[in-house]
Design a binder for this molecule. Structure first.
Ligand SMILES: [Zn+2]
Length: 81
């Protein structure tokens, strides 16, 4: 079952939501801190972010529209070759 992370664009609160397939098209998310609906979906990267402990470059997620869906692209910083 997919777990999505949503980041509030207003207060920066991140919450994890388990979305079932039937819900994924119609689910309406609200920030559980400030109740803003201005949320962006980020890829769940718990194993990666747990090792990063807040310092150094963080992976960033850019979302784009793919047909009717929104796709997230995880940009992991690293050395440039
Ligand atoms: Zn919020």
């Amino acid at each position: 079952m997919p777990i999505y992370e949503f980041r509030c664009l207003k207060c920066g609160n991140v919450q994890e939501v388990i979305v079932t397939k039937s819900e994924s098209d119609s689910v309406e998310m609200k920030c559980n801190a400030c109740e803003s609906s201005d949320l962006e979906r980020v890829l769940s990267a718990a194993s990666y972010t747990m090792g990063a402990s807040g310092s150094g470059p963080q992976p960033s997620v850019s979302t784009k529209t793919c047909g009717e869906n929104t796709c997230g692209t995880l940009n992991i910083p690293g050395p440039t070759r």
